[in-house]
Design a protein around this ligand. Structure first.
Ligand code: 5AD
Ligand code: SF4
Length: 473
């Protein structure tokens, strides 16, 4: 549940996911505070959608909400401390409201809810409701039970398919969320990297069926979405039976999604190197609309550490894979995740990580200090690394990654490429879009509208964004 305290961290969306569906004619309001990855942002939106059907309209502050849901993330440290301090603030708010005769319902969702269950209601009596990531579709019923005075903890892995039961976004809700959308195609993970809680909190890997994904994608396209980002903890492990009766992987699915009218850009996140199969690499070669940007975490460069992490690949396997991907699509930019200070990591091991980064050259990257997660095998390993050593290694790695990120951005100056316009900028007349490589691009547009894809020439770079002008051809 890190906020943006660590620099390289794009999978983390700190702060609130603003659930901006239009106000419905009702009196109840829900505020969803989202921590963690895009998967949680997607889940928060789905929760808001199922609550919209119950008459709740979204708000972006707890102050005017009747229901506050905290969607938690457990991937790195201090998740529960942060949750309990947020709950402390909500307790004060609830007490103050009680004096005015106004109610406040508090719910905890997400991976911390899954991991801690009843412990949360025990430690924080302010909480009325605890729901794990597999049970969001039961939220309306759970709230009905809360209204009758019950305390509800729902963290069982549901046998039924949560996606089947969650409403997909209505047209209005989608429209107000803009021209880009996430679509979860896969959840959970069977890889069991020894540092990671995901296989325990999100459960084993489940792929959504093709028909369900296509239906949702078509609905999104219909409502004006132009860019789809497929989500999954192990998104490229997605598989399913295609309409042709053959077993499809993510590659085949992308070819099919590319046919949907209105969809102009496709992305997917997050992938494991072991699941980059030929069909997926060929999709990068064949589909212009599959954006040339790939987030492919490697975590470390030393084979000894990769083995201890149970990554099931070596540094060399990864480098050879990158070479194949670059041969298929020469303009592809890479991003990755790294962990420094895994138990037993020597200076030499860490040097191997730096060397791998130099060999690959990343356009963006996210790096973290190893944080032992209770219940994972890594936590029980000997030779944990001192915090000071972790700090020092993280700083060195981030300096190198920042240098590469900056160099990549500078390499785009004077280049022209397509930008999808997502919103108006701060200054009147200015619009903000995204490059194929995911950087925000600030443009002085002449006649461009949200949802347009226009050719932009980059004239300068900001810290994390590009500045461009519309190319008049
Ligand atoms: N400690 C530090 N970083 C971690 N990640 C996952 N688990 C841990 C952990 N225990 C990082 C990995 C992963 C990203 C989402 O979070 O780099 O790819
Ligand atoms: Fe965690 Fe590894 Fe699965 Fe990624 S592949 S979710 S790091 S166990």
């Amino acid at each position: 549940m890190d906020d943006i305290s660590i620099k390289h961290q794009p999978d983390e969306t700190s702060g609130a996911a603003l659930i901006n569906s239009p106000a419905l004619a009702n009196t109840r309001k829900v505020y969803v505070k989202t921590y963690g990855c895009q998967m949680n942002v997607y889940d928060s939106q789905r929760m808001a959608d199922s609550l919209a059907a119950e008459g709740y309209s979204p708000t972006d502050t707890a102050d005017d909400a009747d229901l506050v849901l905290i969607n938690t993330c457990h991937i790195r440290e201090k998740a529960s401390e942060k949750l309990y301090s947020a709950l402390g603030r909500l307790r004060k708010m609830k007490d103050a409201r009680a004096k005015e005769g106004r109610e406040l319902t508090v719910g905890v969702a997400g991976c911390v809810a899954q991991a801690e269950g009843d412990e949360i209601t025990r430690r924080a009596p302010v909480v009325d409701l605890v729901v794990g990531p597999q049970t969001y579709h039961r939220l309306p019923q759970a709230l009905a039970r809360v209204a009758k005075g019950e305390r509800v903890v729902e963290t069982e892995y549901a046998i039924e398919d949560k996606f089947e039961h969650l409403p997909s976004p209505g047209k209005e809700q989608t429209r107000s969320r803009g021209v880009t959308a996430f679509l979860t195609v896969q959840e959970g993970c069977d890889k069991f990297c020894t540092f990671c809680v995901v296989p325990y909190t999100r459960g084993s890997e489940v792929s959504r069926p093709v028909a369900q994904i296509l239906k949702e994608a078509e609905k999104l396209a219909d409502a004006g979405v132009r860019e789809l980002t497929l989500l999954g903890q192990n998104v490229n492990a997605w598989h399913g039976e295609g309409p042709d009766g053959r077993e499809w992987g993510l590659g085949e699915l992308l070819y099919r999604l590319a046919e949907i009218p209105g969809i102009a850009r496709l992305r997917y996140i997050t992938s494991h190197p072991r699941d980059m199969d030929d069909a997926l690499i060929n999709a990068h070669r064949d589909l212009d609309m599959l954006m040339p940007y790939l987030h492919l975490p490697v975590q470390a460069g030393s084979d000894r550490i990769l083995k201890a992490m149970n990554r099931k690949h070596t540094g060399d396997d990864y480098l050879r894979l990158i070479e194949r991907i670059r041969n298929a699509r020469s303009d592809i930019a890479l991003s990755g995740d790294f962990i420094v200070g895994f138990p037993g990591e020597t200076d030499e091991d860490f040097e191997a990580t730096l060397q791998l980064v130099r060999d690959v050259t990343y356009a963006a990257a996210y790096s973290f200090k190893y944080s032992p997660r209770p219940g994972t095998p890594g936590a029980d390993l000997p030779d944990h690394i001192d915090e000071a050593v972790k700090d020092e290694r993280l700083q060195r790695l981030q300096a190198l990654l920042s240098e590469q990120q900056y160099a990549f951005q500078r390499s785009l100056v004077n280049k022209s490429f397509d930008v999808l316009i997502e919103k108006a900028g701060r200054v009147p007349g200015q619009m903000v879009g995204r490059s194929p490589w995911l950087q925000p691009v600030i443009i002085d547009v002449h006649g461009g509208r949200i949802g347009d894809i226009i050719n932009v020439r980059i004239i300068d770079t900001g810290t994390n964004s590009l500045i461009g002008v519309r190319e008049m051809v």
